[in-house]
Design a binder for this molecule. Structure first.
Ligand SMILES: [Zn+2]
Length: 473
């Protein structure tokens, strides 16, 4: 890690001298939206390369949904803020320049209520809506901005430098540079106050923020007793706590019942945390001793843990237990469909996926499950029709393109396979790889005139974007 930072430092010194464009215009206007957008794309590229990023559409959509709900009514409601989750047991969340918010799984697990989780997200959103990061950069006379630029450059160069390439493949470098941008006490207070407004507007319990600060201060089993990383980047002073406490009196008491989704997401995160046998032992013990916050959520996690270990009967019995207690929601139906597939009841699984889509048309896990089933059972035309329909609704979903590429490959369509795979890479912010795949698509022998010209024009478009992107940082 140190080595990498050193490398970036030297790189930045070098680049500052030679290659960086004049940054003069940013002294007054802080950081332009275009520049922020470029930085966001670099960060997201790195995020997508990271082995510790959680790639679960249900967990992802839950976080993004919660984030968007909190953003409503803020000055950044119109912006395309990207949320992602890292499989890291430390309690942390961070907002980055360019409108990217990262959350550790440790934060999810430490939050006992949805309002507690929302209070940290609200605080991070407030840092963005108050433009704290660009302000710090303006104040520090662009030094920190240079760090961001250096990181972006390091990533671009990493393709020709294997040592750097492996080092930059973890998100750690981005958050390390993030740490050089320290929020001031004034920023923290501002984010706290704005955060309370955000929480209240979205219907959450504002008092959760104080509760959660206290939980974090105590440290807990997930952080090994040390102070959570969140407290290092956003130090909690007694001054801050009393400021929040003063303001709480402005808000009426709000009783809030958490959604089942919150507990199911927590359960699912737990199920994939550790080696499967270990996690089964832990969750079974929690259920036996009733040491859980929410029983259905704990059992939901256990069902997934059983599935990981091919214990299908046991997974089914957890599901049946939950079904007796809870009304069906999208995540519960999806779990049932997955269990049905494992039980070999493919027909019932397909029916359930279809029913799920009718009830919850935005739940993409159903689409993925259904498409995979059609591809597996060689119903390629049906798979392609389904994916085409959903690509109209989600034209930026890399998973849909990846599935489409799979379907086209089974059909033996070389141009279409590479074209779709290119889009999957593009929407994971890897423009370079997208260009190579489009090159392959353009050289394929099986495209018709219309397909070939579509690939050619997309290739031109991406090459132009890449050129602007790599020179304009
Ligand atoms: Zn903060």
């Amino acid at each position: 890690m140190k080595k990498l930072l050193l490398l970036i430092y030297f790189l930045s010194q070098n680049l500052m001298a030679n290659d960086l464009p004049d940054l003069g215009s940013y002294t007054d206007s802080i950081v332009s939206d275009v520049e922020e957008d470029k930085i966001a794309k670099q960060i997201l590229y790195q995020v997508n390369q990271s082995p510790i990023v959680v790639r679960d559409v249900e967990i992802d959509d839950y976080l993004t949904g919660l984030g968007r709900r909190l953003m409503t009514g803020t000055s950044i409601a119109h912006r395309n803020i990207e949320f992602f989750i890292l499989n890291d047991s430390t309690i942390n969340a961070f907002a980055m320049l360019g409108g990217v918010i990262g959350v550790h799984t440790g934060l999810f697990l430490a939050a006992n209520t949805e309002s507690q989780l929302a209070s940290v997200l609200g605080h991070e959103i407030a840092h963005l809506s108050q433009k704290h990061l660009p302000r710090i950069i303006a104040k520090q006379q662009r030094d920190s901005y240079k760090s961001y630029l250096a990181l972006a450059f390091a990533l671009l160069l990493s393709r020709s430098n294997p040592e750097l390439a492996s080092a930059t493949q973890t998100i750690a470098s981005a958050s390390a540079i993030q740490n050089t941008l320290d929020f001031t006490r004034k920023h923290e207070k501002e984010a706290d106050r704005e955060g309370l407004k955000i929480l209240d507007r979205a219907g959450f319990d504002v008092r959760a923020s104080i509760e959660f600060f206290k939980t974090m201060q105590k440290g807990n089993q997930f952080s090994g007793g040390t102070a959570p990383a969140f407290l290092r980047t956003h130090p909690i002073t007694s001054d801050r706590i009393s400021d929040i406490q003063d303001r709480l009196s402005e808000y009426p008491y709000k009783q809030r019942i958490d959604s089942d989704y919150f507990y199911y997401v927590k359960g699912k995160i737990k199920a994939f945390l550790e080696e499967e046998k270990t996690i089964i032992t832990i969750l079974e013990r929690n259920i036996k001793n009733k040491t859980y916050i929410n029983e259905a959520g704990e059992r939901f996690g256990l069902a997934y843990a059983y599935l990981r270990n091919n214990m299908i009967l046991k997974a089914r019995s957890e599901l049946e237990y939950i079904k007796k207690e809870k009304t069906p929601n999208a995540m519960l139906l999806n779990l049932e469909a997955i269990i049905l597939v494992q039980e070999g009841k493919q027909k019932e699984a397909t029916q359930l996926y279809k029913k799920g889509l009718l009830m919850f048309p935005n739940h993409r896990a159903f689409v993925y499950g259904l498409a995979e089933h059609y591809i597996r059972s060689s119903k390629i035309t049906i798979a392609i029709d389904l994916l085409q329909d959903y690509l109209l609704i989600y034209p930026k979903d890399p998973n849909l393109y990846e599935l489409m590429a799979k379907a086209q490959a089974v059909k033996g369509k070389v141009l279409l396979q590479h074209e779709n795979l290119a889009e999957a890479f593009y929407y994971r912010y890897n423009i370079r790889e997208a260009i190579s795949l489009l090159d392959l698509a353009a050289r394929a022998q099986d495209g018709n005139f219309y397909e070939k010209s579509r690939v050619e024009s997309r290739l031109k478009e991406l090459k132009k974007e890449w050129e602007q992107f790599s020179k304009g940082l």
